[in-house]
Design a protein around this ligand. Structure first.
Ligand code: F6R
Length: 248
């Protein structure tokens, strides 16, 4: 795992935005699609704002971009203010020139009986476009990536999972109260994530410092799902100084 330490969220986010823009442009130059795996939550907000700025001020086009989001709450409607569908449109998709047909987000509104087939289909859709070129990740305080909570194995694929209480508590600020936070989610698995050609994980602030340390320095373990990233040969953690503060 390569480590890049930036002074703050803004400089770290700009660094990642430049990586993404360079990849999009190099794919455009060879007339290829650029397949991005995307995360939600508070960590990527500044990154998406920077990509929107690059689109508006520098003409960065997303016409060749295909996206797959990591996860979505279950159950949740697309229109709910807390849905990741809504989040992505509010922070990114509504402000860029991406083809809506190229946007993929797990559907949190389907019937339980359809989830298995939908998860299989999600994996197939990723494969059909040649796999994810660059996967963007955040990290949970408990070391989760996507919604692969502690206990998630390295071979897991897209599936329905239970959220831990600590994750529901961490995300409760978006809801009226914790009882409103969905108990489940649909998430790409660890193996889905590890199939990406390149992975960039971002972490900002002191609350992430311990999870970052365990992911990078401890042996890989299901107890810290992000530690499985050690098994991939093109992973970069982009950190601010606070998130890097426990690295030895
Ligand atoms: C969200 C996701 C999660 C978050 C993680 C950190 O799509 O996959 O793993 O990245 O929970 O969330 P924030 O950024 O809100 O601290």
């Amino acid at each position: 795992i390569d480590i890049v330490i930036k002074q703050d969220v803004i400089s770290g986010s700009k660094y990642i935005a430049n990586l993404i823009a360079d990849l999009i442009r190099s794919k455009q130059a060879s007339n290829e699609p650029c397949v991005l795996g995307l995360a939600t939550g508070s960590s990527p907000k500044t990154l998406y704002a920077e990509l929107v700025r690059m689109h508006k001020e520098e003409g960065l086009s997303f016409k060749n971009v295909i996206t797959f989001n990591l996860d979505e709450y279950y159950p949740i409607s697309r229109e709910a203010v807390q849905s990741y569908y809504r989040f992505m449109h509010t922070h990114l998709f509504n402000h860029i020139d991406i083809d809506p047909a190229n946007i993929h987000i797990p559907n949190g509104a389907i019937d339980k009986s359809e989830i298995k087939a939908a998860c299989l289909e999600y994996e197939k859709q990723i494969e059909a476009v040649g796999g994810i070129d660059l996967q963007i990740l955040g990290i949970g305080n408990n070391g989760h990536i996507g919604f692969n909570e502690p206990g998630s194995g390295i071979y897991t694929k897209t599936r329905l999972v239970n959220l831990t209480n600590s994750t529901r508590l961490a995300n409760a600020y978006e809801f009226a109260n914790i009882s409103e936070v969905p108990r489940m989610a649909i998430t790409m698995g660890i193996s889905t994530i590890l199939k990406s050609k390149q992975i960039v994980l971002m972490a900002w602030g002191p609350a992430k410092a311990e999870a970052v340390k365990r992911a990078v320095e401890d042996e890989d373990t299901e107890q810290v799902p992000a530690s499985f990233l050690q098994n991939h040969d093109n992973v970069t953690f982009v950190l601010d100084e606070a998130a890097a503060s426990q690295l030895t």
